[in-house]
Ligand binder design. Structure first.
Ligand SMILES: [Zn+2]
Length: 53
């Protein structure tokens, strides 16, 4: 086995932004998190919507 490329590369593809001011809060895949914006102080719940109709 040639395990010379055994790096774990996270896929930070989703940008979570503040709903009020648009500041970038975090990147990554989020199921459900409550976060307070450091800029405007707006507390918001970010939850992944995976409902299938
Ligand atoms: Zn904000």
């Amino acid at each position: 086995m040639k395990g010379n490329t055994n790096e774990v590369i996270p896929l930070f593809t989703e940008e979570i932004r503040c709903r009020r001011c648009g500041r970038l809060l975090m990147k990554g895949h989020v199921r459900a998190v409550e976060v307070k914006c450091p800029k405007c102080g707006y507390i918001q719940v970010i939850a992944a919507v995976t409902t299938k109709k």
